[in-house]
Design a protein around this ligand. Structure first.
Ligand SMILES: NC(=O)c1ccc[n+]([C@@H]2O[C@H](COP(=O)([O-])OP(=O)(O)OC[C@H]3O[C@@H](n4cnc5c(N)ncnc54)[C@H](OP(=O)(O)O)[C@@H]3O)[C@@H](O)[C@H]2O)c1
Length: 347
């Protein structure tokens, strides 16, 4: 099958595109995996019906794996057996709490929270969480403590919980730009600190996150945080110096994609589609295209080449995007957001 894929891949994308294959994908090749995929996972034979449904892309080998968003969307994760605390019950805390409950990792009764805004505590109460009067009380009633306040409030809330932190606590900060050094300084040298940069699609079980460890955090803390975030998406461990780039790409990325969906829908409306249908088609197109990248592990450029026939409609659209500098615009957006994240972490 590998040979077949290589042959078809070569025919459909040509030598130039083959050279663009990522080193990681080559590793999958050398590991004798039956499809291009990283991390390498064993390929599963398609059923006849699945094969038929992919008939428009006979060149693609689809890898069914635990990373398959289809599987994720319906999977219920085993219960975590840990109490979760939120210092701050804003948008991200809500997205995480709802995501974890939706996946069955925790139930509302295992969630403790604190927030000065009664509307937010009432909202958390409505799904069974227990609001506490102070951040210290949240820490006393939780094993995993999410620091989910705005960056400027992080030092304050950590100073409040520091006296009650024990060996058994894992402190997970999702605050943009607050470094491990600052977290450890505020929480104390013995704190098990993990810095995570998630994004809001954790609400629908599809976050893209990265983490790094600090203080006394160890492999158990890493496993625990990985388990939590894998229930609501994907998480990668990176060097802290790369977290600004993660912020610029996936932390801020949903806004870029929302803007893209809105613009695509506007284009559809301009071309005569009703607004609701245009928006649904635009969103589904982004979802389906992302799934193709994830499930096949194929280079997105190769997937683009497969749908652009000579003198066809798609290449006409692609030409306009290239004329407008779309690639540079996306790259510049990520770099600008990364620079801003670096600036913020120095303030
Ligand atoms: N939103 C994103 O897409 C995203 C993505 C990645 C990371 N993050 C990070 O996630 C963190 C939270 O962001 P967010 O968007 O969820 O902000 P948010 O909606 O403003 O939530 C923060 C909450 O913390 C409350 N708060 C303020 N001081 C507090 C205190 N001393 N103790 C307890 N709670 C307190 C705030 O209440 P008041 O409003 O009354 O002040 C607010 O309800 C930020 O550090 C951000 O950098 C966000």
């Amino acid at each position: 099958m590998l040979q077949i894929f290589r042959g078809v891949f070569a025919r459909s994308v040509g030598p130039a595109r083959q050279n663009l294959a990522l080193p990681a994908a080559n590793k999958a090749f050398s590991a004798a995996s039956a499809a291009i995929c990283w991390p390498p996972v064993p390929a599963v034979k398609l059923t006849e019906q699945q094969a038929k449904s992919r008939a428009h892309f006979p060149n693609l080998i689809v890898v069914e794996s635990a990373a398959n968003p289809d599987t994720m969307a319906t999977a219920t994760a085993p219960a975590l057996n840990k109490r979760i605390g939120f210092l701050g019950s804003g948008q991200m805390a809500e997205a995480l709490a709802r995501g974890l409950m939706k996946r069955g990792l925790v139930s509302g009764e295992h969630i403790a929270c604190n927030d000065p805004n009664p509307a937010r505590t009432n909202l958390f109460k409505s799904f069974g969480a227990t609001p506490y009067e102070s951040n210290a009380d949240v820490a006393r009633n939780a094993d995993v403590i999410f620091v989910a306040v705005k960056p400027q409030h992080v030092a304050q809330v950590l100073s409040e919980v520091r006296p009650v932190l024990t060996e058994g606590h894992t402190v997970v900060s999702i605050a943009a730009g607050i470094t491990i050094d600052k977290l450890v300084e505020a929480a104390g040298p013995d704190a098990h600190v993990v810095r995570v940069m998630p994004n809001t699609p954790c609400l629908v079980g599809e976050t893209a996150a990265a983490m790094c460890l600090g203080g006394k955090a160890n492999a158990d803390d890493e496993t625990l945080v990985r388990t939590i975030f894998e229930a609501v998406g994907k998480i990668y461990t990176v060097d802290e110096k790369l977290l600004a780039a993660v912020t610029g790409l996936s932390g801020s990325g949903p806004a870029y994609v929302f803007l893209m969906i809105e613009a695509l829908a506007d284009g559809g409306v301009r071309a005569g589609l009703p607004r609701d249908i245009a928006q649904a088609l635009a969103a589904q197109t982004v979802l389906g295209s992302a799934k193709m990248v994830m499930e096949t592990g194929t280079h997105p450029g190769a997937l683009k080449d497969m749908v652009t026939s000579p003198a066809g409609t798609t290449i006409a659209g692609v030409h306009e995007l290239e004329r407008a500098g779309i690639r540079a615009a996306f790259m510049n957006a990520v770099v600008a957001a990364t620079d801003r994240a670096n600036q913020l972490s120095k303030m």
